[in-house]
Design a binder for this molecule. Structure first.
Ligand SMILES: Nc1ncnc2c1ncn2[C@@H]1O[C@H](COP(=O)(O)OP(=O)(O)OP(=O)(O)O)[C@@H](O)[C@H]1O
Length: 259
């Protein structure tokens, strides 16, 4: 079956064992991230967003339950599950094109075909002309675009993003948010996006999953019907965005009050 990027989290419990004691981080969580959807995960610091993302990526073994990609259990890291972190993971000694073609070459694709694939994704992230630059010659935002191109060059069905724009200034962050939406529409991947920023989650996603720190569960899911691409100015100043923002703030405040 073709990978279409439907992620199903079923009865998933995640935790850490330290000195024989198990701490539960995510508790019996079930959720579907439909193929081609854009979902943000928000929640208080330490609630388990990164742990959940890593479990979906196959980097982390559940205590209970499972993650299914298109009906098949994810048991280890898989090229269909691309991951982009906040910190840069580009090879500093490789140029942009060498970084982006790395995955295809690892998969056994010949160099000229890998270059073709890499150029396609470099163009998609708006960096044509920068193929022969080294990462240190690029701004932080441009390096992020290379990271995204590198992840997409593996043709993942799902892109897992852990606060990818967390360290950037507002202007750069807005510009990358617009680019990512554009890429998402063109590439048709499923995106699961972890962020601390409520406005970022509301602006970008179709659904915002709010995680709770108290019981390791999903505490609410906000569905955002506004179609993409959204006008930042118009949508973020709308009544809908204001009410979503309030709901998110209240949910996060509830967690703090109960703690
Ligand atoms: N290797 C580990 N051993 C023990 N506990 C850990 C380990 N890694 C993370 N934790 C704990 O698991 C919990 C969840 O961490 P996680 O990084 O998933 O949270 P998060 O919601 O992504 O947090 P943040 O928003 O601050 O990045 C935290 O309490 C953290 O201290």
């Amino acid at each position: 079956m073709d990978k279409v990027g439907n992620i199903e989290v079923k009865g998933l419990s995640l935790g850490y064992v330290n000195n024989g004691r198990t701490s539960i981080i995510v508790n019996d969580c079930s959720f579907v991230f439909p193929s081609g959807s854009f979902t943000s995960l928000i929640g208080p610091s330490g609630c388990g967003k990164s742990t959940l993302l890593n479990a979906i990526a196959g980097h982390y073994k559940p205590l209970e339950g499972k993650v299914l990609l298109d009906g098949i259990e994810v048991l280890k890291a898989n090229p269909d599950l691309g991951i982009v972190f906040q910190q840069h993971t580009l090879f500093p000694w490789k140029t942009v094109i060498e970084n982006v073609r790395f995955g295809p070459i690892q998969r056994g694709i010949n160099k000229s075909e890998a270059n073709k694939i890499a150029r396609e994704f470099i163009r998609l992230v708006g960096l044509n002309g920068y193929e022969s630059y080294y990462p240190k010659m690029l701004s932080g935002g441009m390096q992020h675009r290379v990271e995204i191109a590198r992840a997409l060059a593996n043709h993942p069905a799902v892109l897992l993003m852990d606060e990818p724009f967390g360290a950037l200034d507002n202007q750069m962050r807005s510009s990358l948010q617009n680019s990512l939406i554009d890429i998402w529409i063109k590439a048709g991947v499923t995106i699961i996006f972890v962020t601390h920023d409520i406005d970022e989650a509301i602006f970008m996603s179709q659904r915002v999953v709010v995680m709770s720190k108290n019981n390791g569960k999903i505490s609410d899911v906000l569905y955002i019907e506004e179609p993409h691409p959204r006008s930042r100015e118009k949508f973020m100043n709308s009544d809908l965005a204001a009410s979503l923002r309030d709901r998110c703030k209240n949910l996060l405040a509830d967690h703090r009050a109960e703690h």
